[in-house]
Design a protein around this ligand. Sequence first.
Ligand code: F6P
Length: 359
Amino acid sequence: MYKVGILTSGGDCQGLNAVIRGVAKSLYEEFDNDVEIYGIKDGYAGLIDGEIRKMEPADFSGILTLGGTILGTSRRPFKMMRVIDDVTGIDKVRAMKKNYKKFGLDCVVILGGNGTQKSARMLSEEGLNIVSLPKTIDNDVWGTDITFGFQSACDIAVNVIDCIHTTASSHGRIFIVEVMGHKVGWLTLHAGIAGGADIILIPEIPYNIHKIAAVINKREAAGKRFSILAVAEGAISDKDAALKKKELKALRMEQNYPSAAYRIADELSEYITNEIRVTVPGHFQRGGSPCAFDRVLCTRLGAAAARLIKRRHFGCMVGMVNGRTVPVPLYEVAGKLKVVPIDSPLIEDAKDVGISFGD
Ligand code: F6P
């Protein structure tokens, strides 16, 4: 009997359950039901603590549309993995290897973003059979064109911008909508374009506050009473981008803004006279059902993972490249960040329709 463990790690997103279902259903098919699937609770924490339970085929039914993760998740920073726990004295890597053996697992399927992929690589190098899958609303995992969760989060952010449009237009206000995305601008870029934002600010293109003010004033002079800014949570000004890491950290502590959108609102208020409002949808963007696109993507990624397991092809992440699922070696994926290329045709097209990036 083949035994497959499965865990979800890091921040949740839409589509985790759809992938779990895809992996499980395809495994039962591939192995003609001669397979047992073990759910590992709360990500790597469950593998460390031995919180592992055998799941039944019925556990994977009816979860395609369910948000969150039926397995639970937690953030276990990669840099702490090799650090012996002060209180418990637990050697986490040793404990994970021990539990892998104890439960007789033949491999572990790991669903996660960048931090998770680093730990997956480490476990693979430690001799565990690993297949990982690219999860995150940020779309910043290297080795795949798209991560699951991204499109669903994008749809929610677009919905927010759509709703903001009507109220912004009624009041003639400047609205700053802050979009998640951690250190990259994929989500803001896509949501901003789809939502018809006038200004899009992403970490990859440091903004100049005077240029943003000029765009707003120009719009006003042309009779446009409102403007909408889609701002990535990691957006940064050209001035701040020139600072050293330590200096920037100190500045942010001193400024003490709740988030980027509030900081930008404050900076902007010095140069424009319009009323400014801030909207931060936050974790709302990670909740609820996966959209149709993600359901298809998750099902395909899950099926591909099961095929790789059947072929005993381990030490890789399943990427979606040019519409095809491909195994990408974990040593290539881990530790790299997929940022928005500043020469991206998407940015060029956005600029051509008059969207400003504040540069
Ligand atoms: O990586 C997904 C993400 O939602 C980022 O966009 C965001 O910066 C971060 O997670 C928020 O993390 P947490 O759920 O720990 O607050």
